[in-house]
Design a binder for this molecule. Sequence first.
Ligand code: F3S
Length: 394
Amino acid sequence: MFLTKEEEGMLDGRHGRATQKAMQILVALGKIYDASRLVRVSSVQVSGVSYKNLGDAGLEFLDELAEDGKARVRTTLNPAGMSLTDWRSQGIGSGFAEKQLEVIDAYRRLGLEISCTCTPYIAGNLPLFGQHIAWGESSAVAYANSVIGARTNREGGPSALAASLTGRTPLYGLHLTKNRVPTIAVDVEAALSSPEDFSAMGYFTGKLAQDGIPLFRGVRKANLEELKTLSAALASSGGVAMFHIAGLTPESELGEGAPEPVSFAQKDLEETRAFLNDEGIPDFVALGCPHCSLAELRTLANLLNGRRVRKEFWVCCSREVKRQSDEAGYSGIIEGSGAKFATDTCMVVAPVEDLGFKVVATNSAKACHYLRNAGLRTRFMPMEECVEEATRRR
Ligand code: F3S
């Protein structure tokens, strides 16, 4: 793989030990994937922030890098395992909290922005069409590639950090136009009328596409909330890092001559909804997978206005979107109902399985997927029904 003089210097250790280690990771990756060279990235998003996933080995790795490493490009962070300020009211134990704060401190010393969100694109880190980036969070990767037209592979924690410390990533995979063409066409016959329908469609398609690139045909319109939940679901039941929607997403013309289609019919939508719905009365309601947008918080505030929630109710969003919601007056209504904001974290990366909940109501197929893996039962329902469930007297 070709390296510039500066990149060779990084590899030789002339820019410090952390940069050298980062360059070694990128060169090894480049060799595995047969990259011809490195490409500069305009931003990085690092996943692997929750102590639940990192453990002590991950924390040690970060501490070592933080001895002399510094981010060279703007780098934002995925959600942590708890709210960084309100973890006590979330029921998080002090042992976990201490370790989580050590992880955050290491990232801060590395010069990363402590944004703790999976929707950086609505919280100030919005790439442009065609820009090379190195993002880790799978839902954000699918959104950035597909909806924005930026270019990123699905980075693991170490490779994203390596990109941050060097400002580069190997040029392979979805950085190359030839790898962005659809591998499966999906004719959408079902009537899609809500974000939950897009989420279910993503879940259905992810299973079929695996790590391929679906092209959806027959979808006439989609808003940001629908596209972000579609991105998340595709990347949870499968490993989809990019999709196209004919006539809507910016590179959908790459789909001309797409392979034989499968269909997504009304029956598939209903079967997927049913599949994600377990038995049981929810004892926990969680919205914001991916993290809520301001528009979702407005809808939620309207639904909760003047009502009282009777169950643990988490609203997951970034601090930036929460700040906008505070200014707009939505937060006061939401918190006035007894619902709690879960900023910096989410219902999946927080250790909710240790908090005693059994059945979670949520509007996200991705959240259902991972919560089930953690041993909880899930009820998949629209936001309106989640609010009904939370406010019902039983
Ligand atoms: Fe985000 Fe957590 Fe869902 S990181 S996409 S809210 S699983």
